[in-house]
Every structure is written in C-alpha cells, then in structure tokens.
Design a protein around this ligand. Sequence first.
Ligand SMILES: *Cc1c(COP(=O)(O)O)cnc(C)c1O
Length: 400
Amino acid sequence: MGVYEELGLKPIINASGAITRLGGAPMSPGVLDAFREAAAESVPLEQLQGAASKVIAQVTGAEAGLVTSGAAAALTLGAAAILTRYDLARMERLPQCEGFPNEFVVAREHRNGYDHAVRASGARLVEVGFHESAAGAGVRRAEAWEYEAAFGPHTAGVLYVLTNDSQPPLADVVRLAHAHHLPVLVDAAGELPPRANLTAIVASGADLVAFSGGKAIRGPQATGILCGRRELVGPAALQMLDMDERFELWQPPPELIDRSRLLGMPRHGIGRGFKVSKEQIVALVAALRMFARGDYDVELAGYRQQLATVSKALAGCAARCELKEGQSECLPILEIVVDQGALGRTAIEVCRDLRSGTPPCYVGHSALREGRLIINPLHLNDDRTAELARRLREELTPRK
Ligand SMILES: *Cc1c(COP(=O)(O)O)cnc(C)c1O
C-alpha cells in the first residue's frame, strides 16, 4: 500500500501542471536525492542560506538570495525588509509600522490575491491608475508618471507584479523609483520560464524579486526565492531565521547578512513562521541548477508524445483537440474543445465528473467557460496518460 492509500487517500491524475492546490511540480530524481542526503546531516541554517545565496546570486546575477517557503513568503519578507532595513526595533514591531514610511505604491491593474502577502508585513498599498480595460477604449494603461505623483514622505517602496503584459515597463518604474531613492519589489512568481527571466528581471534594476520554487523550477513545493540587493536580502533573512543565539557567538555568513549593521541579536521576526528546512534549501538549490542549465528540456519530446496519445484516443468523441506549442519555453498543452451540443453536457460538468471518477482526473480549468478542457503534461507518464485518455473518452462520448 502506498503512503497516500495508507492514509485513506487515492492519488489523482494531475493533468493541470504545477498547481499549488494539487501539490506543485514533480521533483526530479536528482532533486529527491539531494533532499534525502540533506536530511542525513545537520548544518547551521544561516550558513546553509549563505551558501544558497551564492548559488542564487550566480544564477540570477543578483547580489544575494534567500530560499523562502514560497514566492508569497518572499513577498512578505521582501516587504518587511524594505520597511525595516537593519533597524532592530522596527523588525520587532512589524506588522505595526506607524511612525515610519510604510506605503507601497502599486498600479491598480497589478492588484491581485497574492498582494495579501505584501500587506501581511504591515505595509499599506497605495493604488495608482485605473482598470482602463473596463473603459473599453483599449489605449490607456497605468503610466509611470502616476507612480511618481503618488510618492511622498510615507512611501516605502513600489510593488510591481510582472506578467508578459505588465504596464508600464518595469525598467521605467525602476528608473523613477530610484530617482526618489525608493526600492522596487517584483512579484515574478510565475514568470519562469523563460530561463532568461532568471537574470533579466534583476538586470532591469529591480531591488528585490520573488520567484516560486515549486513551479517551473520544480523544487520542493513549499519553496521560493527572494533575490536582489544584499542590503535588503539580509534583513529579509533575519526576519525569517531562528534568532535564539548569543550575539557574541553568532557569525552569520557575510555574503547574506551584514552583522556590523546590528546593535544586537534581532528577536524572532515576522517571517519566523515561514521557516525553510535544510532539506528544502538543498533540494531547491539542486532544482534551480537543473532549471538554469535547461536539464528539463530533454523531457519535451516525451510530453508531446503523451499529448498526442490523448488526442488520438479522443477521435470520434464529441470534442476537438488542439495542440498548443508552448511559447517562451513553456510546455506544450492540449486544448480539448468540448462539443457541448453533441455531448449534451457542459465542459464544467465534464470537469466535475472527471474529478469524481476513478481514478480522479484533474484537468486544467481556466477555459471552461469557453468549453475547453486543458491538458498540461507535466505530471503525465505512460500509465497516467492511458488512464486519463480512457476517462476522457468515457466522459466525451455522447450517452445514449
Ligand atoms: C504562484 C504565485 C504566487 C505564490 O507563489 P508560491 O510559491 O506558491 O508562494 C505569487 N504570485 C503570483 C503571481 C503567482 O503566480
């Protein structure tokens, strides 16, 4: 019996990709070996984070980096670092931050559910611009001057959420913010691949960048990366690491933490609940190296094969398959356009029945309203593909 069956759970077929709710991305054997080996010995965690910082710096071009418990945690820690710098009293007070600059300027069109992670630090978001898409003119977006007009004595920094369609350009926002000596925190959690983004975002001048470790990098699900200026990554590390140490004995790694800036030992910080284990740090570093080298590319042909198998199995069903080649190094996906008229059921009903069947199959659900099921091959292998194809065939054959 497997570990999940022993707990009374049936493993699902995940055809949705590196979805957090479904456990993230599959770790490669090399990453799992690193995880297991790391568990067998003990090391001081701040020293291990210092070593990870060097690797992250090498791969991203940033001055320093920190392994966090996810991109969301990286956003809270990054915001906290911008609020406190190396000020021990401010660190101790968070999320209370009255009396010092605590506002982050953000374009209204960048607001999304993950900015709760920034607000959790105590920071207040100040919105600029509008949701001009609602006006329908199609010409206006948030503009750089609007950020500058919002800067004032209470401004601590700028929050920028990067997508392939973000406006205004990150480089413009960085230039303006820096002219006012304000740092820019970038949520780039899902912006890998392309691999070039590992360095391009930092190269744009952004002060802190958050990436997910459990998405395309395929590290442990509960990992992420905060990288950027050492001046800020250091205070972020201090607010996450365990601080029960004697100041006289404490020798934090200088590549990560500038001990000379501290008057004494910080208390446990606002990020103490985001602790990361030695196994997670070592495995994330292994996965990051693999991702940066392009090691996962060898699996592409296999993924195409799995999608072709599904597509072929659905011949004659009340559906049409469209293979979409991934842009910017993303995996190819298969879109199944459900013929809802011929089938007599909607795509959402099919999706629900796939989940409640045996084995439970979870397909991508982002285009159900357009009648499309999306198959992401990241978790597929020959056995799972055969089961998935069988279940799709059953659900997409009109019932008499
Ligand atoms: C996934 C995601 C996050 C959260 O990342 P975790 O690593 O799961 O914490 C934050 N922001 C955006 C835009 C994301 O896509």
